[in-house]
Design a protein. Sequence first.
Length: 308
Amino acid sequence: MERIKQALARAREERARTAGTETPHPARSAVQTGQEIQYTQTRSEQASPNLLREQRVISAYETGVFTDAYKILSTQILQKLLANNWNAIAVTSPNPGEGKTLTAINLAISLAKEVTYTVLLVDADLRDPTMHNYFGLTPQFGLSDYLTGDAPLSDLLINPAGINRLVILPGGKPLNNSTEMLNSPKMMRLVDELKTRYASRIVLFDVPPLLLSADTLAFAPYMDAALLVIEAGKTSAHDAKRATELLQNTHLIGTVLNKSRSSSMAAPDDASQDWSGRLLEKLQNSRLIDRIAERSRHWTDRLLRKKH
């Protein structure tokens, strides 16, 4: 492990020495000038607006309560990244089905709206890689194929057409040995490359639930920080506490309380306040709380019915 870290450090030093002689990348130049990026090396695939709405992906919605909730979250996250010189975050949850993947997607899109940054969204949930389904994409290969074979990384990246400054690295085929792959030297080299290639890039990794396998524990040391997603009324205080304990050696940048009965912009009712209050007492390591409101969920449901 120490030899791998030393090799990565030498690679970073070599890139730093040659950085001044690199030919400017078109996407990097566009970011620096605030222009819309024209992808020439990364392929673009059209995502169905109707599917994006059904999946509650914020790029399909006009500005409102739903999108504002993620804007608040992304602003807080960006402030933390800038304050600590970080650019790589793992998004996880205690258990499956608590909203981590959709949170990662919408956070990535919201961050990509910042004119000085691009976002790379990586599906690192190699046991159950489903991120591409939210966009209606049908990638032939993904991260697992890169780790287990010779698939070139450049052939795997996808820009969902119409969502500027966002590139996705799909998960590929499911792997039974995902823990070993996420902790492999090849994965460590890839993470280092993704983090250091462009100064204007933010990298979000959608990683497996903490209490489901050892995958995220094995992978967490290579992240700058982690964001924990919990679901109001579903995630138990015990599971939330256990998840934060497992992340004790990782910078826990904050916690998203998903499907809360109330918005962070309004006072909760007594029942919601009581439940979340008891839960938050257990989250001593969390410093960022943002509720993606159940009110927003109802709002999007009404909007979908109007469209149909």
